[in-house]
Write a protein that binds this ligand. Sequence first.
Ligand code: PLP
Length: 393
Amino acid sequence: MFSSRVTGDLGPNRLTRAVRRARAAGTALIDLTVSNPTMSGIPYPASVLDSLADPAALRYEPSPFGLPDARAAVARDSARHGINVAPERVVLTASTSDAYSVLFKLLCAPDGDAVMLPIPSYPLFDHLTRLDGVRSIPYRLEYQGRWAIDFEALDRDWTDTVRAVLAVSPNNPTGSMLTAAELAALTERCEARDAALIIDEVFADYALSAQESSNPDRQEAKGKREKCLTFRLGGLSKSAGLPQVKLGWILVDGPETLARGALVRLELICDTYLSVSTPVQRAAPSLIAAGAVVRAGILDRIRSNDHELRTLAAAYPSIQVLPCEAGWSAVLRVPSTRAEEDLVIELLERDGVLLHPGFFFDFPHESFLVVSLLPERPAFVEGVRRVLERAHA
Ligand SMILES: Cc1ncc(COP(=O)(O)O)c(C=O)c1O
């Protein structure tokens, strides 16, 4: 479960072993790493999956990019984020992870071509690139009151093997979003250097303040056609809190000839796997509509937990809860009185609280802790109390 891009160690580390020991001993743990909304006491209407039983799915009509109604439903839903996309530019996948694999196959030749990845960010990228034989070149997000791309470092490390730059907005776990200026700077570089831009927007629905969700600067930046080949990723896993349903998508944008060429090659890849099930495609319009209720429940949970966390932490001046625009996690900067790993193991073994250390996400230095905002409120509040008490100087 815990691996680090820093060490490249895929075997169990000290923390993983401690977690296994605690679980084997039956220790009751408050889990502040939970990222699965279906196991977090979020209300799900019993009818939310009814549409999966539509008998229309008895007929199998293989279609590389997905059934037209499903693609049209995704295109319509994208308008919520100011994205204007034609259904013909929507490609369905079984998940966002599946979308990455499809895009790496499209853009990169194995064992040479590279993708630039943000750090800190989602740890699975390491496996996703490796499993497709793609090299990853990290680029740093620096924290200076907000998380911003270090463009100097990005330019320095950009080689002629780079085929794509990956941006995660909102980023997991920092909760930071690309500004319009950052998006423009990435687009400019990708256009000039013949690379594609992949923007992972799976957490786009989860602004932690109502103000952020309607930021006109970002809405306007997204409304325009991108100047480089661009792929925006989303899926029901986060937008409807339905990871088990397995439906993701790629929105293809960019100059007409590049986008068309990409779609031709994507068709071959998608036709080879045909990975999205027919019941899910038939149900997609209803699932997208029904997902709004689940999304509202998740939003409510993360906003109230974020508020609780900031209120509780205010009593501990040595601990800073970093500003966070959106997403399902919060980041705490804590005094570096001991190694992050020691602190997290101590929290596990002495306080019965499980949480991620910053190194799990490749934070640039110690000491950071990452807590999920998804747990039910009583457990979350108690867990956070114990963390603050243990971590403060
Ligand atoms: C930034 C990011 N992208 C993609 C995914 C994977 O999403 P999916 O379940 O659609 O594969 C996650 C899962 O947590 C994530 O954090």
